[in-house]
Structures are given as C-alpha cells and as structure tokens.
Design a binder for this molecule. Structure first.
Ligand code: BGC
Length: 917
C-alpha cells in the first residue's frame, strides 16, 4: 500500500474549516461582505500578532507558516488596505513588540494596544469605506481567564479603540480572535455594525476569516456556547476558581440548559446562533413515531441571493416529571450542503426515544441508578438556534419507562444543594434547589476486584509479540513470560521526549525497557495535542483551527475529512496517537483551556470528537480523548476536587466521552489532573472500571495526564501512588524519565509485595497496552510492514539565519557563552566547537525556571543537525538544577551544537562541554 500526502489538500480543508468555524453575530445593513474594490482600515495590533492558537501543550505546534488576517486581506487582491494607517501601526508595533511574557502559562492574556487619536481615526475614515477592528486574546493550559480588563473584559485601550472607531466610521466590523467567549457589553455601548467570532484558526486561520470578510465563503458557523449579558449570569460562575473544591451546584443546568429554562432574559446571543449573508426558511413534515423511533424530515430553502449553508438543530423539551429537566436539550444537528439561491434540501432525522431519557441518581422515580423516560409530553423542536425553534411533533408517554439499569458510580460524599426548575403559576420556570444524593455503595468492596485470572508466570518460552500478531500464541499466553517487574515497567510511560520514539514528542509506552523490547514489544508514540502534532525539537507540523472553532462549524463531514489528513500526518511522523481531542465541557466561560475543548453541550462535544476519531482511524492512527473527566479549571488543576452529582456526570460531563467511545470507536483515554468527588481520576475505579470499561465496553488503554497524582480515598494525592492507578485500570503512568530504574519512585512493586495490588491487575493492564500496540502503526513499523509514503506540494522550510557563536577547542572542558542567548519560544542558538580527539563528550547544563510544577519547557540539543536529546524541565521554583547530555565526536572537526527552545521560561545559568575520557 502506498499513501500520498497532499499538503495543498490539507491547507484547503483547514481553510474551509477555519471559515466555517467563524460565527457572524451581527451584520446590520449588510455591512459584510466587503465589496470588491473597497478600501479597508484595519485597527488593532493583532493584525500583526494573530493568535493562531492558545497556549500550553495544545498550542505548541510548530507550524511551517501562519497566515494572519492581515496577510490574507493583503493577498486577496479584491480590496485595498489603508496603507497610511497600516504604516502607523507598523511603526508602533516595532517600538512595542509582542510580549511573550516568561513562557509557559506566563504569557499575558492580551497585548498592549496602540492608543488612537481622533485625528488618526477621522483621517482613516475619510480614506476608506469600512473599518475592521481585531481584538485578540490568548489563554490556555495552567492559566484561566479572569473577569478582568484585558482578559474577559476589554482593556482600556481596546475600549477606547472601539469607542473612537465606532463613533467615527459608519461601517465597523469587529473580529474576535479569541480562545474563549469574552464579555460583549461593548456591543450595546458602541454598536458596531458587524461582529464575527473568528476564534484561533491555525495555519490557515487568516485565509478562512478573509474568505468570510470578502464573501468568498458565506458564514455558516453557530455558537457552541451561550453568550450571557453579564459574566455573573453564568450559573457556574460562583463555584469556579476555588483552590480545593468546586461544587457543581448548577448540576445539569450548564449553558443553554440553564438559560433557556429559567433565565432567557440574561442571554445576549443564544446557543446555536449565527448569521449568514443569505436567508433561509424551513419546514418540517412526515413526523411519525414508529416503535421506539421518532422520524421526521426538515426541508431548508435558501431564500436569499447568495449560496449558503445552514445548520438545523433538533431539541427535545421533555416533561418536568419528578426529576426536573431543562426545557431544551440538543439531540440532533445537521448541516446542509451549499444551497444556491432558491435551492432546497430535505434532511431526514431519526431520534431514538431512549436518547431522551434522564438519569435518576436519587431514586425519586423509584428507579435509582437508571436512565428513565418519565411519563408525559415530549416535544421535538427544530430551528436554526436554540431560541428560535418550532414544534416538529410530540410524543406522549403514558407510563414511565426504564431505559437502562446501571449502578451507582462516582456519587458525591459531600452534601450540597443543586438547581432544579419549578414552574410558577404563569407556566414559567424558576430555579429552586434540592439536596444532592450522596454515595450509598461500599466502594471498598468494588475495589476488591483482582483483575485478570490469566496471571500465572510461565518464564520465557521464546514468544515474541509478533507471534501474537500472527495468531500463533494468545496474548495472555505471551504475557505469562513477563516477570512482575516487567509488568510494572510496562505500567510506566517514558518521556517527555523519549529517544525511543519520534523526537520531541510527549511520550513512549509499551516496549520501553530492554527486556520488553526483547519480547518484541515496540514502543508506541504519543504526541500533543488537539490542534496539530507538537514536536518540541522544532519539527514542523500543521496547525489546525482550535477545538471551539471546529465545533462552531457543526460540520462533522468536514471535520472527519480534516482529521483524515491529521491521521496521515501522524502516520508519516511515526506517531500512533495524538493527545486529543480535548473534550471537556465549557462549564465556565473563564476556563483557560476552553479553546481546546468544543462546547457547553455534550452532544456537540461527542459528535465532533467522534468525527475526528473516525477520520484518523481511516489511516490507522488514533486520538487520546482527554481529560477524562471534569478538567474544568486550570487554577490548581492537580489539586482541585470537582464535587458533582452522578446525574450531572452522566448527562453532561461524561456524555461526550461516551459518544466518542461508542460512536467514534475511541480506544485511548487520558484521565485528568484533578479529582471527582474526592478520588483523583487517574486512580478512580468507578470512573474507569464501572463506567468506562463495564458500562461502555471500552477496551483500549487509559493513560494519566503528565505526572498526574493518584490517591486512595481519603488519602493524599501523589504521583508515586501508581498502585491506586493500577487497581483502577488506568494502564499507564505518564511519564517517567527512566521506567526501568523507577525514576518516579512509584509504589507499585512495594504494594504488589504487600498484596495491595495483584499480578492479575498488572496482566489485565498489560493486555490493554499490548492490545493497543498490536493494533497500532508502531507494530507495523517494528515488523517492517509500514506503508510507503510520498508527499505532494510539501512546503519548503524557510531557513532561519542563526548567529553562530564561535566557542573554541574542548581540551578538558569548555564553557559556552550563554549569558546573552535568547531562550524564548522557537528561538535557537548555535555554538561552534572543535574536538581535538575522537570520543564521548557531554554538555552539562545548569538551569532554572520560575514556571509552575507541571509546566513543560523543552530544550532540544542537536549536534551537527542531528537531534541528540530533548530535555523537558518543569518549573524549578527558582532552584538551579543540572542536566547532562552525551554525544560522540570525531577527531579534529568543527561541531555545531544547536540549542532549540520549544517554549519560553528556561534560564540557562551555565553550559559546559566536557571530555568524558
Ligand atoms: C496536559 C495534557 C498534555 C500533556 C502532555 C499536560 O500538561 O494537561 O493535555 O497532553 O501535558 O503534554
């Protein structure tokens, strides 16, 4: 088999995805599109500093190029840019360069904005037809947004900019190049004519936005989150940001489920909303309930003047019953093809009654721990957003039906009150409260489960994993040859940047010790992250639109196509699984990693994730769905405990993952950093066994987040307690520097000796890991069966001109001059040294960093253009640490040592080259 990887096709699909992810919220008097030949004044420094991604692991892709909005407007040829204004900005940004801060989680949320004068704006308005104002924000891993100016709110300069531009121009378009929804009070204050959320669009982001601005593409994106009038209106806001535990008091009433039920007036833009340059009408017909399925058609017609796409959304309004329910729950969506003016498309929908069920975690219906359909009227609404819908039909259930009997799992042990709607005499709903049911089962009994019964040790019988691949021996038979020590080693991943796999990636697992390799187990490779392949040695990879942007497209076919390309790119780079999609729910608008995640709605989340997985699976690579579950805040993320009801877990926080497993065929999961109801997820038996594996029939691998903590209930959390992880069937601890030597000093072997974990549990987990490896491209590479690849339209890497620092001869040791080197993200420096004798040398570094304890700062060391190693350090709390890499050099030659910094934040105190002989 021969694969051909076409970069141009990749760019085209990504460009379309970036365009379809843009959401047009306002377009008075057809302000957009910009007409051919018009002159545009572009305001805002972000025209030069386009945010193609958020920060942290999900934003550390090294793209070969990034097209900013300004680049794309300039290249479009259809419009003219106001050059005079542009030069003013150019001069100012030269004096006021982009501020990267100190690196990992220490980049400012927004950049200083150029102050405008009335004269400048007046002049620009006389010189042009329309103003485009770009507002930019970043946020990301380890750094939430805050309800402050320059983060969720506009900075003073941005506010002033909008005031002046909107007060002067009669046509103003505001572009929001942001990861999270931001405050939009300014829409009322300054009333710009058009507003477009453009998110962070990856390499092709600017092109996608430009296509929308110039009308090459017609906007078809829809909001995946409700935009409330005020931040205090969001139901989770009071219970976000704690340093120990957050009570999920809003329960299942997240986003539109809350607003549409009890606070409609607090919504500025509803969920699912988004305008087009054309108009659409729709009607539904053929509504029929046949046995357990509701069937109906929706016909959409383009009634305007330009071609466009529309998203039909289907919501259910269930009866309140005893449990109480949101008045709108998204159950289906579909995007039309590009419809020409006058053209129609009919889409058939089938909704299974069981999909309308609610989870009874309290026993109020006498069916505790069951999904039930309570008796009463179920109405099906269709429309183009959650607010503007019409009734397609209804279904009356005479008697309560139990849909699925499950068992209590993950219930809280703290009592608190959660929201529940109650109807007043006018028929509207107010939120009242009820006490959350707490745990009734004995968790200790569940934990007695001992794992695989195939657990005897047979000694080496000469089987290699290839024999399992070729079905000559069973996998349990093969694993019988592994000692307890081998099995414990297999529970450890290696990284970051393991030399056993693709340079600069997050980790390796499987055959990561000599002994495991001897048994023919290859090392599988995983790399960040949701928006492209992160390789910290500086290798280039495609950067995709962020998760929120992709979800706003509501176009699962397009996303699947895009992720076919990702699948190929993974394969080409010898990466078996990408560490994504990130699919936590947008519980709070301030969560720093919302940009990586999809939506406030679990159905959209699950569907988009499933589409990504299906795309990658076509090329044999996969994604690791993360962070399972409730990674809903970055502040104190390794400490925070989410106190949440079982119902909210099942209906909201786990639902998307369930869809990704059942429909997307996910076979790799990453647990989160924090705890759910007192038990850290990486060692949470109920989460991983009772729900994921037993109920959902998941049989892939589960890995921890990097250096995550585990605990025994009631006990402290620590990265060393991998016994808790092994017991819970979280197969892999990610990551350790040296799995064989137990560099993490975990307690697995000690707890095995004490009988607190069993060989059976280790074998069970090894079955999962080897099962993954057997199905992965790693196995094919190992046995020489990997496909051939060729590339079409590959981009040419632009050579960077780096300064070479002449450093002299290494006699015994040579100090490199590091006091003035740049260590900012993506910078590199080259030292020229001479080695008079051949042999092994080492470079000894002393370095430090002020960043947080699980921050990631990679430093790659190349000798003569070959990567030797990527060292990733975490924050050192200001303490100086030492690291060493070895290399071999020939006699009397010039050697070039290149240091490449994948992220800012490292301070090199000293670097010495030493002769090791
Ligand atoms: C992040 C994960 C990421 C991992 C590896 C962690 O800090 O939370 O999402 O995949 O690092 O980089």
């Amino acid at each position: 088999m021969h694969y051909q990887f076409d970069w141009e096709k990749y760019s085209d699909i990504a460009r379309q995805a970036a365009a379809e992810g843009c959401v047009l919220l306002k377009n008075d008097n057809n302000t957009l599109p910009i007409n051919k030949g018009e002159t545009v004044s572009v305001f805002g420094r972000i025209q030069f500093d386009y945010y193609y991604s958020g920060t942290g692991s999900g934003g550390m892709v090294n793209p070969p190029y990034v097209v900013s909005i300004l680049d794309a407007l300039k290249a479009s040829g259809d419009i003219t840019i106001n050059q005079e204004l542009l030069s003013v900005y150019e001069a100012w940004t030269k004096e006021n360069p982009f501020d990267m801060g100190k690196g990992w989680a220490q980049e400012p949320w927004c950049q200083k904005e150029m102050p405008l004068t009335k004269e400048l704006v007046d002049k620009a308005s006389r010189q042009s037809d329309i103003a485009v104002v770009i507002i930019g924000r970043t946020a990301g891993e380890d750094k939430d947004n805050s309800a402050e100016k320059g983060s969720y709110l506009l900075s003073n300069e941005e506010d002033k900019m909008l005031e002046l531009v909107c007060g002067t121009f009669s046509r103003v378009v505001v572009l929001l190049n942001v990861g999270n929804v931001i405050d939009m009070e300014w829409t009322v204050k300054y009333n710009p004519q058009a507003i477009l959320y453009v998110w962070q669009g990856g390499c092709e982001g600017g092109n996608g936005v430009c296509d929308i601005l110039t009308g090459k593409s017609n906007p078809s994106g829809k909001l995946v989150d409700t935009i409330a009038c005020n931040i205090l209106d969001y139901p989770a806001i009071d219970n976000f940001g704690d340093s120990e535990r957050n009570y999920y008091k809003e329960d299942i009433y997240v986003g539109y489920r809350y607003f549409e039920t009890a606070a409609k007036e607090k919504v500025r833009y509803p969920f699912g909303y988004g305008l087009s340059y054309t108009t659409f009408e729709y009607f539904s017909d053929s509504y029929k309930v046949i046995e357990d399925t509701i069937n109906f058609n929706v016909t959409v017609t383009n009634t305007g003047n330009v071609p466009g796409k529309q998203v039909i959304q289907v919501y259910v309004c269930p009866p309140q019953g005893l449990l109480g329910k949101p008045v709108r729950n998204l159950v289906r969506f579909a995007k039309t093809e590009l419809l020409k003016p006058g053209e129609s498309e009919t889409i058939s929908f089938k909704v299974l009654l069981k999909e309308l069920a609610s989870y009874d975690d309290s026993g109020l219906t006498n069916n505790k721990s069951c999904y039930v359909l309570e008796e009463g009227l179920y109405e099906i609404y269709v429309g183009f957003d959650v607010r503007n819908t019409s009734l397609a039909g209804s279904y009356t259930l005479e008697k309560l039906m139990v849909i699925e009997e499950l068992q209590e799992a993950l219930a809280p042990t703290h009592t608190f009150n959660r929201l529940k709607p109650s109807q007043d005499i006018n028929g509207s709903y107010n939120m009242t409260e009820e006490e959350v049911p707490i745990r009734t089962i004995n968790l200790k009994e569940r934990l007695n489960y001992k794992g695989s019964s195939v657990d005897s040790f047979t000694d080496d019988k000469g089987y290699k994993l290839k024999d399992v691949y070729e079905e000559k021996v069973s996998l349990p038979g093969f694993l019988g040859q592994l000692t307890d020590h081998d099995l414990v080693c297999m529970s450890r991943g290696e990284g970051m940047c393991s030399p056993k796999v693709t340079p600069g990636t997050a980790g390796a697992f499987g055959g990561i010790t000599d002994k495991l390799k001897y048994f023919g187990i290859p090392a599988a490779c995983c790399a960040d992250g949701p928006s492209g392949i992160r390789m910290d040695d500086g290798s280039k990879a495609f950067s995709l639109p962020n998760g929120t942007a992709l979800a706003c497209s509501f176009n699962v076919d397009l996303i699947e196509k895009l992720f076919e390309m990702v699948g190929m790119e993974l394969r080409k780079n010898k990466v078996d699984t990408i560490l994504g999609p990130g699919m936590n729910i947008h519980r709070c608008v301030l969560n720093g990693r919302n940009f990586e995640y999809f939506s406030e709605d679990p159905y959209v989340t699950g569907k988009i994730a499933a589409a990504e997985l299906k795309g990658m699976h076509k090329y044999g690579a996969t994604g690791t769905i993360k962070h399972f579950a409730c990674n809903n805040q970055e502040f104190k993320r390794t400490e925070i405990d989410s106190i949440v009801s079982e119902r909210a877990l099942r209906e909201i926080y786990l639902k998307g993952f369930e869809i990704a497993v059942k429909e997307g065929g996910a076979y790799s999961v990453m647990t989160s950093y924090g705890a759910i109801n007192g038990i850290w997820t990486a060692g949470n038996f109920d989460l991983l066994n009772t729900v994921l594996r037993s109920e959902w029939k998941f049989n892939g691998i589960v890995m921890t987040d990097w250096w995550a903590k585990m605990n025994d209930e009631g006990g402290p959390a620590s990265s060393q307690n991998t016994a808790a992880m092994i017991r819970a069937q979280n197969d892999l601890f990610m990551v350790t520097a040296n799995p064989e030597a137990n560099s993490n000093q975990d307690n697995a072997e000690e707890e095995l000796k004490k009988g607190n974990i069993s060989r059976g549990q280790l074998v069970r987990n090894a079955l999962n890991i080897c099962g993954f490896v057997l199905n992965s491209p790693a196995m094919k590479r190992f046995i020489g069966e990997e496909q051939n690849w060729s590339e079409l339209n590959a981009y040419k890497e632009r050579e960077s001109i780096e300064n070479i620092i002449e450093s002299g001869i290494v006699k015994e040791q040579l100090e490199l001059e590091v006091s003035n080197i740049k260590t900012e993200k993506s910078s590199s420096v080259i030292f020229d040294i001479k080695t008079p004798q051949k042999g092994e040398y080492s470079i000894k570094f002393k370095m430090k960093s002020d960043a947080g304890e699980v921050s990631q700062m990679p430093l790659s060391i190349f000798i003569n253009n070959h990567i030797i190693e990527t060292i990733t350090i975490n924050g050192t709390n200001g303490k100086v640490i030492e690291r060493e890499v070895n290399f071999y050099a020939a006699t009397n030659i010039n050697n070039y040592i290149k240091l490449y910094f994948g992220e800012s934040g490292i301070e090199i105190i000293e670097a010495k080259v030493c002769k090791n002989f």
